[in-house]
Write a protein that binds this ligand. Sequence first.
Ligand code: S3P
Length: 426
Amino acid sequence: MKKVVITPAKSFSLGTSEIAPDKSISHRSVMFAMLSDGVSEIENFLRAEDTLNSLEIVKHLGAHVEDDGTTIKISSKGIQEPFEILDCGNSGTGMRLFCGLLSSAKGHFILTGDKYLRRRPMKRVTAPLMSIGAKLDGREDGDFAPLSIRGASLKAFDYESKIASAQVKSAMILAALRADGICKYREPELSRDHTERMLKGMGADIKTDGLQTTITPLKSLLSPLKIRVPADPSSAFFFAVAAAIIPGSHVMLEGITLNPTRIEAFKALERMGVDIQYDLYDEKYEPVGNITVKYAPLKGIVIEDKIAWLIDELPALSIAMACAEGESVVKNAKELRVKESDRIATVVKALHACGIAVEEYEDGYKITGGELKKAVVDSDGDHRIAMSFIIAGLKCGMEVSDLDCINTSFPNFFSLVQKITQVGFL
Ligand code: S3P
């Protein structure tokens, strides 16, 4: 499948429980199972390329995995030195969290990934881990994969991160669990907190006080994880934007994590005028509920804080901004430049192609709402760019190429789009 042609949609009403399971939680679930000597049970695991790569890696690390297609059961006798190179594919989360997990494990480990991942900066995790005694290396002085890790004893730390990154925080928390004393981690803005919630749920001593996390190293192995992975708000958000740009439309997105560090993009859509309801129904490890989104005319918005809480949704939000009345501005979002693509450059280029006035900044962009026009957009191998512009196609028609990347996070994306409009594959 090289290219897709999307036909403009009429007003639609969609209720779905088929939003892809959460990617962040799925990665963590298989990794954290390695920290228990019991049988962890994971339901609704995301069966997409990124997370299946993490599952494959834990098998190479000696985990025993039973999968009946519904529940994945994982038991581990501790991390074993692998015979294979560990391939994280396209996933920065996989690579960065495994760095933390493996830094203190006995043995030698090589982590690699696809051509996009091998271009993404890793020093943000390798440098703080090396500063506490981890033996890591990689291209350009440890900044780029392939990375090699030789497990080592780690020192207790008090580390202040300059970036609000859950990947860096999680790598350091995983390292802290095996360090030689109590560790403190601070970040400039709270990043997503799935690692803390899940490890606490398994019995780890982790305390969060504002922007500071205090981790006491493990005295024994953790209790097994028993989790049903909720649906991914970042994946759900594409359909929230769909309802927000097609007059008269309505979606009900079921079983989504309502973790406040993950639903800020929905809050931004609300500030743009859309009517959104959140119905919480569960609260184990994570708050979970349904999100209902109803069309309303959109107005421009400025986004300059809580960036870590909506960073992954900014490409899809840029489509809502392009359809809004007036100007929208995104600032303080330099992190967009080091995602699966340089998302400031890819969003600006693709919106220009769609006839929208966009000004590029080093740390964001300004979008003047207007009339989106059908264009040919290349995703640059970035799943969120591909899906965002397919959703834009619901408004004006679109041709989007380089689509395989969608399989990294949302393999059934097209089956949901087909419930809204005609999709032609070329
Ligand atoms: C993730 C953290 C975020 C996010 C990524 C998933 C995670 O990255 O963009 O898609 O699961 O920890 P950063 O930690 O680099 O901000």
